[in-house]
Design a protein around this ligand. Structure first.
Ligand SMILES: *Cc1c(COP(=O)(O)O)cnc(C)c1O
Length: 393
């Protein structure tokens, strides 16, 4: 709405649309279709719908449009398209832009479902995929060739919090004419500067920090208006992965507090990482916000923060890690992240269970590794909980 607005103002007001009733809160337009005043109006709308004209909720909906405009303004992209889940966003963005024979280069350290889309789905339709170590720029340089259509990576990887240098990889990709598609979930939309650093298309699982309260699945793809409306929207609206208006309303409400939540979580994450560092029961503590993290400088340049997740390795292995998890009273054992409630995950036996051992080794998923998604509880209480758990490890 206003180019001069700062983040928190945009998160509360951007994209708001009010009906003739002037409602304060964003309305949920829980309707699948729209009524046209005349047959001529229906015809005209199917030729070209105006900005406040809708046809069918799979194509667009006023509540969903509010969410799309709000997240696009936050991300700094011209437009956005909201999807039914984060995976609908990832698979939609890639499938909409690729065709048989195209070449994609992807980082290997990916969320399991992202890996499935690249390794199993795209290849089945004749897309060639080359996997690289996302942190190794030489591997990107070698794999991206003239004619490569797109590169894909998670800007911060799950669960070992390795960063991919968005600026450097974008330079390599753009020199070859490839589009840069970034899954930015771990960076959060608050610590994202992905567009400034060269990303063309940014995808989020809104299930994570954007909702942030564990209520709904959702996703969003941010990019240029030309990409979102001419490439992505036709694909999404005809294949069915659109966000429901009710979910859009939940996400709009989540966004009002997104900045406050992400900053509070990141502040606690740093305190927790410092408290855990050097603990006798831990072989390592991984947090990009710590000076000792090998990519600390890149994290600060790319995100201005270490983010909201911490990983650590319980030295004595799986049984000790399980004793630790089972002793916690505040942190919950689960596999979501970005939630108001602190969540602990044992990747080796849950989110990354299916990976063969050599891939677990390559990704640093050790038997003692714990991923901690820091929530909104008091940081001191959380540190107390984790220390109590570690006594049992
Ligand atoms: C959770 C997640 C997804 C998938 O999102 P859903 O909303 O669960 O479909 C994709 N990428 C990353 C990095 C994630 O953490």
């Amino acid at each position: 709405m206003s180019d001069t607005w700062n983040t928190r103002t945009k998160l509360v007001h951007e994209g708001s649309r009010r009906s003739q009733y002037g409602e304060m809160a964003e309305a949920i337009f829980l309707t699948q279709g729209f009524v046209y005043p005349t047959a001529e109006a229906a015809e005209a709308r199917f030729v070209q719908a105006g900005p406040d004209e809708f046809i069918y909720a799979r194509y667009g909906n006023p509540t969903t449009r509010m969410f799309e405009e709000r997240i696009a303004a936050l991300e700094g992209t011209e437009d956005a398209f909201a999807t039914a889940s984060g995976m609908a966003a990832v698979s939609g963005a890639l499938t909409a832009m690729l065709r048989a024979g195209d070449h994609v280069v992807s980082a290997r350290a990916l969320f399991g479902s992202c890996l499935y889309v690249l390794e199993e789905v795209l290849t089945r339709f004749g897309v060639r995929v080359t996997f690289v170590d996302g942190t190794d720029l030489d591997q990107w340089r070698a794999a991206v060739v003239p004619g490569t259509k797109a590169v894909f990576f998670e800007s911060m990887s799950n669960p070992t919090l390795e960063l991919v240098d968005i600026r450097a990889v974008s330079e390599i990709a753009h020199a070859a004419g490839a589009l840069v598609v970034v899954d930015n979930v771990f960076a959060t939309p608050i610590f994202s500067r992905a567009v400034d650093q060269g990303a063309d298309v940014i995808v989020y699982s809104a299930t994570k920090h954007i909702d942030g309260q564990g209520r709904a699945l959702g996703g969003v793809v941010c990019g240029t208006e030309a990409f979102v409306r001419k490439v992505l929207e036709p694909y999404m609206k005809h294949t069915g992965g659109s966000m429901s208006p009710f979910t859009s309303w939940i996400m709009l409400n989540g966004m009002a507090t997104l900045d406050l939540r992400c900053r509070a979580m990141a502040e606690s994450a740093l305190k927790i990482a410092k408290a855990l560092k050097g603990h006798e029961k831990l072989a390592s503590v991984i947090y990009p916000g710590l000076d000792s993290h090998p990519q600390h400088a890149l994290a600060m340049a790319q995100m201005g923060s270490g983010g909201t997740l911490v990983a650590f390795d319980v030295a004595a292995g799986k049984e000790a890690a399980f004793r630790f998890l089972n002793a916690l009273e505040i942190a919950k054992i689960s596999n979501n992240l970005g939630d108001a409630k602190t969540i602990v995950t044992h990747p080796a036996t849950t989110t990354h269970q299916r990976l063969p051992q050599d891939q677990k080794d390559a990704l640093g998923i050790t038997p003692g590794l714990i991923r901690l998604s820091v929530g909104l509880e008091d940081a001191g209480d959380l540190i107390g909980d984790l220390m109590r758990g570690l006594e049992q490890a």
